[in-house]
Structure formats: C-alpha cells, structure tokens
Ligand binder design. Structure first.
Ligand code: DAH
Length: 360
C-alpha cells in the first residue's frame, strides 16, 4: 500500500518546485493523468472490500483534491508571474517628451527676423520691397550715385573687386544697397516708395564689422517728397521697431555723394549699466544715413530734377538687430553655430506683423 502521506508530500513539493507551466503540466500528468500515481490509487478502490473502500476512498479522494488544488493555485501564480514579466519587458515610458518637429525645432536667424520686422513696418506704410544683385557694376554702385571717378569716397568703401571682364570692366560686390535705388528709378515711374533690404560687402572685420553685412535702403520719389516726410517716416519706424512710445532723433549734417543735403541720424538712448535702452536717457546712437536724393542721381536715372524729387536713407540691419536683441558681437551671426541660433533665433511660425506683434 502506497504511503499516502509521503506521496502527497512528494507531489506537493513537485508542484511547488515547478518553475514554469510546462513543468507543472508534467507534474499534473504524472499525478492525475490516466496513468498517474493518484489515478492508479483511485483505480485500486474498485477491488477493495466495502470497509476498506469506505476508509481509503475519502483519503485517496482527499489527496487528489489537494493535489489538484495545489496545481491550480500554482498555475495561477505562474500565469501572474509570466504576465508581470511580459509587462516589465514591454514597458514603454509614455512620459518621454515628444521629439519636436522642424516647425518647432528650427530657428529663424535674427537677421531674417529683423528683415521681416522692417518689411512689416514699412509695408504697413505702403512701401514695396525692391531687390538687386550682390555682384554689381562699378557704374551702379558708384558712378550713377554721383561718386566721381577717383573720388576718395570710393576708397572709404573698401570694395571687393572681381576679376575684370574682357573689356577691362571690373564688377564688384556691392558696398551698399544704394545701387538698388538706381535700378528702381531706372525701371519704375514715380511715385516710388521702396525699401531694399539685402547683403552688402566691405573689407572690414572686427567685433561690430564683418566682410558681409546687411543694409536696408529706403527711397521715396514723387513731386513733393521732402525732409519733413523723411523725418516722420524714420520716427515712426524707430518707434515701431524698438517698440517704444516715443523716440527723440537728432539729424546731424553729413556728406554722401548721392544726397544733398545729407544727414546722419542718431536716436536717443540711455546706456545705464552697459545696457542700451531707447526712448529714454541723454545719450545718442547713430543708426542711419539719409538725405534728399542728389539732382545728379535723378538725372543719371533718367528723371528730371525739376519735375520730381525725393529722399533716401540707408541703415545697417545687423547693427539695429544687435541693438534691439542685445547681441554684443556681430561675428557669431555668420558662424552657423546651432547653439547660438538656438539662443538668439526666433520661432518659425511667429511671423512679425504690426497687428500680431513684431516679436511674437
Ligand atoms: N549708402 C550709405 C552707406 O552705405 C548709406 C546711405 C546714406 C544710404 C544716405 C542712403 C542715403 O540712401 O541717403 O553708408
């Protein structure tokens, strides 16, 4: 007669030791399967005397029930552990930040931003944008603008010249955006109201000068355009651009070959604590050159100085960008360092407008 107690101990130990569902199933078959140890015991009941069966029946059935129960409990434990292991293996951390797309990751360069701001402001005043090439002729960059041949003002511009062509004419990288004035007057009938933003080049490099820089030219030509209009336009521009209620401006007499009279314009600022602020203080900062377009320039462009007149100005974009956004050095503007651009750049979808705000 099998020792029921030790058989049970043995089977329960096997159940408890089964590390996976396959092993557990093996234990179940060896105990409760057709030829299992417990099934064999149950089969012996039929051949017993009624008294023996009465005594052994409950013992063997009890053993079967407990083994069955233990197997069931173990199966559930193993299933739970398997699920927990799978969940742990397939875990996804949904709290990771979503990777930004180009529309949020990209940055607009401060120069582009400031050009867009300038265009928004002058566009609102009715100015169109005119453009010209970076590689210019000597005629358009200098001669048509009333720089006589051999005039020292040509030298002041530290020009980059290209190789002369077959006729000995040398082109150059434009030293200012003023040739676009000439192109515009030669191709459009007055009234003219344009701004001309673009790249300009001079042989110069230090903290506030780079060989390539940016200017914006303004030009107004009609029958009556005069200095009062010019002053109003520049004042409105400065208030809108520097986002201040009022600015004081100072027009200092100056000289440019293409304007008469000519002036340089300073705007009022304060420089407390090394920080420049506009619309306050008693310091002055030069921001642009301007004047009434010289009659010779009008004539060089096929216009009659007795019939039309106008004014023009030229302003360094890099310089006003540095002033507005507090950037101390111009050189990193053109170093393509993404860390700099991340810091000083603008979000691509915040387009400057007078209605929505210039700086987003
Ligand atoms: N072209 C000048 C420069 O680069 C700036 C300038 C001065 C432009 C007076 C103008 C002007 O149109 O009227 O220094």
């Amino acid at each position: 007669m099998t020792d029921l107690h030790s058989l049970e101990t043995e089977l329960l130990a096997q159940v408890a030791g089964a590390a996976d569902e396959g092993t557990l199933e093996g234990v179940r078959v060896s105990a409760l399967g057709k030829k299992g140890a417990v099934s064999d015991l149950l089969k012996t009941l039929g051949a017993m005397t009624p008294e023996a069966r009465k005594e052994q029946g409950p013992l063997i059935n009890g053993l079967r029930d407990r083994v069955q129960g233990a197997i069931q409990a173990r199966r559930e434990t193993l299933a739970e552990a398997a699920l927990a292991a799978r969940l742990a293996a397939e875990r996804i951390d949904v709290t990771l930040p979503v990777r930004e797309g180009p529309e949020t990751r990209g940055r607009i360069h401060p120069i582009t931003q400031v050009m867009d701001e300038i265009t928004a402001i002058f566009g609102d005043m009715g100015f169109a944008v005119a453009e010209g090439p970076d590689v210019e002729t000597d005629e358009l960059n200098f001669t048509a603008l009333n720089f006589p041949e051999g005039h020292p003002a040509r030298e002041m511009h530290d020009t980059f010249f290209l190789q002369p062509d077959r006729d000995g004419r040398r082109k150059l990288l434009r030293t200012h955006t003023s040739p676009v004035q000439v192109r515009t007057m030669r191709s459009q009938e007055p009234p003219i109201r344009v701004i001309c933003p673009g790249r300009t080049y001079r042989h110069d490099s230090d903290q506030t000068h780079t060989p390539m820089f940016h200017q914006v030219e303004g030009l107004v030509i009609d029958r009556t355009a005069n200095i009062a209009h010019l002053k109003w336009i520049l004042e409105e521009f400065c208030k809108a651009f520097f986002e201040v209620e009022s600015v004081k401006m100072r027009f200092r007499p100056s000289y440019f070959p293409f304007t008469e009279p000519s002036a340089e314009v300073d705007i009022q600022c304060s420089r407390k604590g090394g920080e420049i602020r506009f619309g306050e203080g008693d310091d002055w900062l030069e921001i642009l050159g301007c004047g009434m377009v010289h009659p010779n320039v009008l004539r060089n462009c096929g216009l009659d100085p007795d019939a039309v007149q106008g004014f023009a100005w030229g302003m360094g974009i890099d310089r006003i960008a540095m002033l507005k956004y507090g950037m101390p050095d111009l050189r990193p503007f053109f170093e393509a360092d993404l860390r700099w651009l991340d810091h000083y750049g603008f979000r691509p979808l915040d387009m400057p407008s007078l209605v929505g705000g210039l700086t987003g």
